[in-house]
Design a protein around this ligand. Sequence first.
Ligand SMILES: C[S@@+](CC[C@H](N)C(=O)[O-])C[C@H]1O[C@@H](n2cnc3c(N)ncnc32)[C@H](O)[C@@H]1O
Length: 275
Amino acid sequence: MTETKTNETYVLGSSEQEHERLIRQAGIFSTITERLFQDAGVASGHRVLDLGSGLGDVAMLACRLVGPSGTVLGVDNDARSLAKAKTRVAEAGLRNVTFVESDLTSMENVEPFDAIVGRFILEFLPSPGVVVSSICEKLKPGGVVAIQDACWGPFLQLCSHLPLRSKCADLIYQSFQRSGANMDMELVLYRIFQEAGLAPPRMRVEIPIGDEPDIRNYVCDLFYSLYPRLQQQNISTEGVGNIATLRERLEAERTVSKSFGACQALVGAWSRKRA
Ligand SMILES: C[S@@+](CC[C@H](N)C(=O)[O-])C[C@H]1O[C@@H](n2cnc3c(N)ncnc32)[C@H](O)[C@@H]1O
């Protein structure tokens, strides 16, 4: 494995604020992710590889599905996130979840897996197809691949009726795009699964909406995590006014319009390696 510290180019960074956001986001998306993994066939006893583990939420979710006879290995190139992930896993008493610090573009020496999973990760890789093809070589015949990534169209559309929320969503989109993130993962996933020798994936797009606090605050939380990056990227945030009062103004806009909160949409793709 390559020695890597904090990933300076990763658009969302590794701040305390972003870590807390990731945990709240994991709470919002957990049922969607669990359903995808179950439908994909992640099952008891499986040895699972979790790509871009972050704070370990997907790894812990996979651990529940594989049970005590299975194992989960999480990979991330951010040492700070992995340190927290390890602490959280130890606090949860999960002895069969381990982590390794590595860039996904240069992973070495991994043993074969029954399932490869990942959420909000391939979109950040410059060549996701190359990574998936190379990691699939480590997948057992008949093994499962189940991936979820951002799907921007439904997210932007569900923000479009509220001017302030829409401006925030547009800035978030610009920042991701300028950082080099893949903005059309629904197309990319369908193609790269097949290029990796997998059967054409089954796919779905899901988007949590509603007025639960974490869903209501989703856009603002994401905006605040990205704010330092927006400044670095010289993307003007003038259009959204005073950042200190943004959360209150977004909430007032939503309440007055009697609208719901909207999160990033997730496109899920799952398939199996040919036996
Ligand atoms: C949005 S977070 C997702 C975390 C987790 N999968 C989840 O859904 O909660 C993306 C993670 O990918 C990691 N990451 C980004 N680029 C990476 C790379 N090239 N190799 C390994 N990890 C990477 C980041 O450090 C971050 O922890």
